[in-house]
Design a protein. Structure first.
Length: 126
């Protein structure tokens, strides 16, 4: 009886581990985990107030420097960017190189696969 209970728990544990691996293969799931570092400054819940940075809910297709309730640097407000995959990838690589004079102090995310995952996650927050 104890052996079968152990086997059942072992099978369940391996199943959960497999499910976790499958989820981590999903870039949006991995991106959500990576975004935890961004969450100190950015909210992603619709209608949540801005933090140190603007709320990123619905960021795709939005003009940079245009989220209500946040005071942007003059440089970003005048940048003329629209947040799409390409612009977000450049921004996440080095915000200060994309928009000199931005107030965002984030040094950048060097790994392309990390940026891709965060961008995939941001597509899901509407």
């Amino acid at each position: 009886m104890k052996v079968s209970r152990f086997m059942g728990l072992a099978v369940m544990a391996f199943g959960l581990a497999g499910a976790a691996q499958a989820q981590s293969a999903d870039p949006a799931v991995r991106g959500k985990l990576l975004f935890l570092q961004c969450g100190a400054c950015h909210a992603v819940v619709p209608g949540a107030p801005a933090k140190v940075g603007p709320n990123l809910s619905g960021v795709f297709g939005r003009k940079a420097g245009a989220a209500a309730g946040f005071k942007y640097s003059p440089a970003l407000a005048k940048a003329g960017l629209v947040w799409d995959e390409s612009n977000l990838d450049k921004w996440l690589t080095s915000p200060a190189k994309v928009v000199p004079g931005t107030m965002m102090l984030f040094p950048g995310m060097p790994k392309p696969e990390d940026r891709k995952a965060v961008i995939a996650y941001l597509k899901t927050v509407k």
